[in-house]
Design a protein around this ligand. Structure first.
Ligand code: GLC
Length: 800
């Protein structure tokens, strides 16, 4: 007879003493007396993977986040032991595993400094309801430690003192500090004593992170199921931590086509066709550069994906072609919900092939979205992804659509608790069948991946363009993203600023916000300030919901229109600069925006800064995020900075007032920088680039810069058809030398480079190119400190 009906609580169990250990190539396994196995894999000298099981056996190793292209291999590995610890040493990290209780501590291999150590370390709680464990980790915060990262959290940069949840959630009109939002990126960065490390907790279940919130000196993370499985990444440079994390979870598979870095205009929704045409023509008439126009859900027939409304868009192919002739690329939205309609081919096919998600007992997962009741493809099934990717054939190949926007892919479900699928929904998870508890956070990612596969297939030989709302770590390999349904308020302008920085330091640089705000309506001032910030974000798009009035660059009167045009023009001029930053991101994982702490982790002033950021490598920008401002105070990181507008030089390491009326914004250029510019175009490809402009900012000393160019689309760059100009600038009191070293096989269309000198402390009286003195007849020396020279020069020497 069972007398005790209370559930036995099996909480907070911990490993006991280590009884055995094994080494197998790069992997060490430690077994405790109570049968916990800790597996440490040396991925790289700076990356250790840490995994635990409480049953003696590990689950099948499978991750959507980790890319097969991640770097592996180390230079040095040594295992030793002392009385208390096993000691794993690489050229970067010394890792101690305590014999008594399996606790782990990480030290810098160069100076033995303690970087990160377990407090209780790994512990767990058995889950009666679902089986398996709630897996937990606690670490001791080091003195003065700060925390960063975690994707799209709408909070101040430094996460210290706060707690977060990772569960991707549709969050219409979210508030500051609201959590969770649309993305789950379980990667954070710790920084103390000027040294930085990262932790990537690769677990897709609902997970929590606590940064000294519950207990003042303890940082912890835990998940509702799955394995305690994390990667420890050591810098000590924060920029290296971010690049290594990005290498691990994947860099974009290709560079974005240059046009995707232009300005995009969106609204829920532009329809019918005549309205789309009107918007397009107005851009050209007012000479506001724009590359992409979006069609939101109303282009479809009753919100059925892959259909067109006959009434509003009777001949989409012709319309898309006419837009293309004017330089506009058409991007359409595709949501995951497939309308239940027996006469709708996508629905019928999905049903026949058994591609829709089902509940635990076999019923379909039915949920309401825009089209009414829907079924949802299981994008975690590779066969479903393949099918989905083929659905884009007509849209892309035949109609000529250039990009696809994936929305509502958290997945969002209306009018139900939790706004998503219930936990019991089943998923294939690439053959590792599981419930929605495990698949939820990757559902949107796998949808975006399937969409990307389709776009890639049918856009070839051009590059694909996808944008997604939901994401898990690794999604950056396939797609760009935006920060979801924000609000037209000043507070949201500063949230957008922080979110973009945070996404960039979380490995996901192709990010922007709905410029002007999605919900509600901005006034002209807010819109202008938002455009100013938006042109410095990797993805630059105005979007708004239709019921709140117009939100085009010209909707706020001529004064605002002029300001908006001026800033979008600056973005178009800076395209080669941004493209070069993108190339560094796609190639080396270097984030496109750098928060000040990432730019200079030695300066404690930067630890709590939110507003200022570095765009690319050399431009410091700081948005105005308050109404009626004539300027603002901002912090200048160490170094000297040229005012973009006036060329005045400011010494860094101090906070100063900067004037910035509505038609201006604080923008500064690092001294010594060489900034490439293209002429203003109404869209990418409008003009053939017949001259590259280089803005050269004098510095007494040395500085290097790069310019990456290629055919602006297509895959030839992968075969070496790119042009990379490496510049070294050496400034002295009476001379300035610029050396150019060029690599790559791409031949740029221009023959000459126009160099504009800023801040030269002397008057040019002599010019040598490649050691030959040039008469002013040979080079064009203009009165305004600009010269025009052959693009092939290897050394330019100007002398007073
Ligand atoms: C969601 C999206 C928004 C879109 C709308 C209609 O709210 O976040 O961008 O316009 O759905 O499709």
């Amino acid at each position: 007879m069972i007398l005790n009906t209370e559930l036995e609580y099996k909480g907070n169990l911990s490993p006991t003493n280590i009884v055995s250990y094994k080494k197998n190539l790069d992997t060490l396994s430690f077994t405790s007396e109570n049968n916990v196995v800790l597996q440490i894999t040396v991925q790289r000298d700076s990356v250790l993977r840490i995994r635990y099981t409480t049953t003696g056996v590990f689950e099948k190793d499978f991750s959507y986040a980790i890319t097969k292209y991640a770097s592996r291999g180390y230079n040095f590995l040594e295992i030793t032991e002392d009385k208390d610890n096993y000691i794993i040493t690489t050229s970067k990290i010394i890792c101690h595993v305590a014999k008594m209780d399996m606790r782990v501590a990480m030290y810098d291999a160069k100076d033995n400094m303690l970087i990160c150590e377990d407090e209780i370390g790994f512990h767990w709680e058995e889950s009666y309801e679902f089986g398996g464990n709630v897996v937990k980790m606690t670490k001791t915060a080091q003195e003065g430690e700060s925390y960063y990262g975690l994707g799209d959290k709408p909070v101040d940069n430094n996460l210290k003192g706060k707690r977060f949840e990772n569960w991707v959630t549709d969050s219409y009109a979210y508030k500051k500090d609201q959590d969770p939002l649309y993305k789950a990126i379980p990667f954070y960065i710790g920084l103390h004593h000027e040294k930085s490390y990262g932790i990537f907790f690769d677990n897709t279940f609902r997970a929590d992170f606590d940064f000294c919130h519950e207990r003042r000196n303890i940082t912890s993370f835990w998940a509702q199921g799955g394995e305690m499985n994390y990667y420890f990444i050591y810098g000590p440079e924060m920029s290296d931590v971010v690049s290594i994390y990005t290498d691990l979870t994947g860099k974009p598979h290709e560079l974005p086509a240059l046009w995707t870095l232009g300005y995009h205009q969106c609204k829920w929704s532009y329809y019918p066709e005549s309205q789309v045409t009107e918007i397009a023509d107005k851009f050209r008439k007012l000479k506001i550069p724009c590359d992409a126009l979006y069609l939101d859900i109303d282009y479809m027939e009753g919100f059925r994906c892959f259909t067109w409304s006959n009434e509003y868009f009777p001949d989409p192919k012709r319309m898309v072609k006419e837009l293309a002739d004017k330089g506009f690329k058409t991007i359409v939205i595709i949501d995951p919900g497939i309308k239940i309609d027996k006469d709708y081919s996508v629905y019928k096919e999905g049903l026949e092939k058994d591609y829709f998600c089902k509940r635990a007992d076999g019923a379909y997962m039915k949920g309401k979205v825009w089209p009414g009741e829907c079924y949802f493809p299981d994008f975690t099934n590779p066969e479903v992804r393949e099918w989905w990717s083929d659905l884009f054939k007509e849209l892309v190949e035949d109609i000529g659509v250039k990009g696809v926007w994936n929305d509502m892919n958290e997945p969002a479900v209306m009018d139900v608790p939790g706004k998503t699928f219930p936990n019991d929904v089943r998923h294939d998870y690439d053959g590792n069948r599981c419930s929605h508890r495990k698949a939820h956070n990757v559902y949107g990612m796998q949808m975006a991946r399937a969409t990307y596969q389709g776009l890639k297939k049918f856009s070839y030989p051009k590059r694909p363009f996808v944008i997604t709302r939901a994401a898990y770590s690794g999604t950056q390999r396939y797609t760009s993203s935006w920060t979801g349904d924000n609000i037209a308020t000043w507070e949201h302008l500063s949230i957008a600023n922080i979110q973009a920085q945070r996404m960039c330091m979380s490995g996901f640089s192709f990010i922007g916000s709905d410029i002007g705000g999605f919900a509600e309506q901005p006034n002209g001032e807010l819109y202008a300030r938002w455009i100013q910030l938006g042109v410095f974000h990797p993805f630059c798009r105005t979007h708004s919901s239709g019921d709140h009035g117009d939100q085009e660059p010209w909707s706020f009167g001529p004064n605002v229109t002029d300001i908006v045009r001026k800033f979008i023009e600056i973005r178009y001029q800076l395209l080669p600069y941004l493209y070069t930053a993108f190339w560094r991101y796609a190639n080396e994982g270097v984030p496109i925006l750098k928060s000040l702490v990432l730019y200079d982790q030695k300066d404690p002033h930067n630890y709590y800064r939110n507003d200022e950021f570095i765009f690319g490598e050399k431009i410091l920008a700081c948005p105005i995020t308050e109404p009626n401002a004539k300027g603002r105070r901002m912090y200048f990181p160490f170094g000297n900075w040229y005012d973009f507008w006036t060329n005045e030089v400011i010494e860094g390491g101090q906070e100063l007032w900067v004037d910035a009326d509505l038609d201006s914004m604080p923008i500064f250029v690092k001294e010594g920088a060489i900034i490439p510019k293209y002429p203003i175009q109404q869209y990418v490809g409008e003009k053939e680039i017949d001259e590259l402009v280089l803005d050269v900012y004098y510095k007494s000393g040395e500085e290097t810069s790069q310019v990456f160019e290629d055919a602006q689309d297509g895959y030839d760059y992968i075969k070496g058809r790119y042009s990379l100009r490496n510049f070294k600038l050496v400034g002295k009191e009476k001379s300035l030398i610029i050396q150019q070293y060029k690599s790559g096989k791409y031949i740029t269309p221009y023959e000459t480079i126009k160099i504009k000198f800023h801040g030269l402390p002397f008057k040019i009286s002599k010019i040598q190119i490649d050691n030959e003195e040039k008469l002013f007849g040979d080079v064009k020396l203009n009165g305004d400190n600009t010269i025009v020279i052959s693009k092939e020069f290897t050394e330019l020497h100007i002398i007073t």
